[in-house]
Write a protein that binds this ligand. Structure first.
Ligand SMILES: [Zn+2]
Length: 500
């Protein structure tokens, strides 16, 4: 047996190149001087094409074939068999894509990122429009390589959530919408909590200190990660011993930076909990983006938006901000952090309206990719849909169509994973409580270890070894996402909060 070890060495090299590219991108979004954008775009494009060349080289295919034969008798859930499955799937996808398209995609999205940031800053969609046009065209050319499909979105969805199709997603989303809208109506008809005390001046340094303390308590290891500032919060992994997060801080929105820190912290805990044996392989990753998001949403919503969490952390929060919080108490913060109000920015949306933001962008993507909506008409379409889904209209594009980074990265088909993650987070939480008992007392004591141990042993440790469906079976004992779990959680929590 020698093909498999040789394959391992080759993919370790490829994985190192990926980590290097991720580090360049992290720098791009945090500290890089503005005028370095063009050079950085070519560096990232060069790395992307080197990676693509190695992954699709004829020698690599033979290697993979020989390694597959060598490990054919291994158990199906062994690292060897799982790795070969994932490598074969990746190879089959990658090898359909010509190197020229890979390069064009990387270069266009690097330049588009800069244009998007500027367009968002000045709320001028026209600066980003030509890039969006090119990125959509590239996405269509990419999808065409995987024809036939029922919907042009399918090959793109499959990149983020293996096996996901519009046919599967559309009824799930419309079912959710059917239940969310009446719940929103009931909430809107109830008296709203007062959250004005959270719009005072909260010193950014204090906010970062508080977030760091919460992250440390969650189990985020600052010797294997760090937190910095960026326009759009994200998590970046450069191997299993360096998983970094970013946030943004506004003086008059302290909970927004806390929640984004906890959210990204949830992503980072997932990666940091992956079995070290999987390091420098493509298995050193989440099972899917939906599962990745299930972890960030679980920490953000089920932990940091819970009453026991605030019973634990409010005293420290007030210690750091004695001025603005002089008259506040735990219950007031709990009510304020769970205030349900249709807002324009997805990342700051409450739990009830969050999925409506996701559905809005998914609908836009479907129409743009299928050519039933033009880029020129996209901002107006966004505003119309915003009215339809959320009942409000953004006054400017920076609060509407330009708010999220994803399209500038050419990431179409990504958004639905946010909603899937939210649904999964409730399902995983229910399973954890079934096995560990109610988690309230632990949360109140700031003891996150039992929860984290459960998540690690059941989910994190396996990395990307299994398909999303098999992963769900291993974590929750079922093979289908059950929206009833999330909807039941919302109903219970918000009827108590709003008194209906
Ligand atoms: Zn996330």
């Amino acid at each position: 047996m020698n093909a498999f070890p040789a394959l391992l060495a080759e993919i370790a090299l490829i994985q190192d190149l990926r980590s290097a590219a991720a580090l360049l991108d992290w720098d791009h979004q945090t500290y890089m001087p503005r005028n370095a954008a063009e050079d950085r775009a070519s560096q990232l494009a060069s790395l992307a094409s080197v990676i693509h060349e190695r992954e699709t080289a004829p020698g690599y295919a033979k290697h993979l074939e020989a390694a597959e034969k060598e490990v054919a008798d291994f158990p199906p859930d062994s690292l060897e068999r799982c790795l070969v499955r994932v490598l074969k799937r990746n190879f089959e996808k990658e090898s359909r894509v010509p190197a020229s398209l890979v390069r064009e995609l990387a270069e266009t999205s690097a330049n588009a990122h800069h244009a998007w940031a500027e367009a968002r800053e000045t709320s001028d969609f026209s600066l980003f429009a030509p890039f969006l046009e090119r990125l959509l065209d590239l996405a269509r050319r990419y999808a065409a390589l995987f024809a036939p499909y029922r919907n042009i979105c399918d090959p793109l969805l499959d990149n983020y959530e293996e096996g996901l199709t519009a046919q599967h997603l559309d009824p799930l989303f419309s079912g959710l919408q059917e239940k969310l809208v009446p719940l929103l109506r009931k909430i809107a008809a109830s008296p709203q909590p007062d959250d004005s005390f959270l719009r005072e001046n909260f010193d950014p340094a204090g906010q970062l200190r508080f977030s760091a303390e919460v992250l440390a308590r969650m189990g985020y290891d600052f010797t294997r990660g760090r937190q910095d500032l960026s326009v759009h919060p994200f998590t970046a992994s450069f191997g299993l011993n360096d998983v970094r997060i970013t946030t943004r801080v506004q003086p008059d929105a302290p909970l927004s930076s806390l929640l984004s820190s906890v959210h990204e912290g949830g992503h980072a805990l997932y990666e940091l909990g992956i079995d070290k044996k999987l390091n420098r392989t493509p298995l050193a990753n989440g099972a899917s983006l939906g599962f990745h998001e299930s972890q960030s949403r679980l920490w953000e919503n089920l932990v940091a938006r819970s009453l026991p969490f605030w019973e634990c952390f409010f005293p420290r929060f007030r210690e750091i901000f004695p001025g603005p919080l002089a008259d506040a108490d735990t219950a007031a913060v709990y009510r304020a952090i769970n205030k349900v109000t249709p807002s324009l920015i997805r990342t700051e949306a409450d739990e009830v309206t969050y999925n409506l933001h996701v559905m809005l962008r998914y609908e836009m993507e479907k129409e743009l990719l299928n050519g039933t909506l033009s880029v020129k008409d996209a901002p107006d379409a966004w505003n119309r849909k915003s009215m339809e889904y959320l009942g409000i209209e953004p006054g400017k594009d920076s609060l509407g169509i330009l708010q999220d980074i994803h399209w500038s990265m050419g990431s179409f088909g990504y958004f639905p994973t946010y909603a899937l993650g939210t649904l999964l987070s409730a399902q995983i939480w229910q399973t954890a409580e079934k096995e560990l008992g109610p988690l309230d007392a632990d949360l109140r004591a700031g003891n996150f270890a039992p929860l984290l141990d459960f998540l690690r042993s059941r989910l994190h440790v396996h990395g990307a070894m299994f398909t999303p469906q098999e992963t769900l079976r291993r974590v929750c004992g079922v093979t289908e996402i059950d929206p009833a779990c999330f909807l039941g959680y919302l109903e219970k929590k918000y009827s108590a909060l709003y008194g209906f």
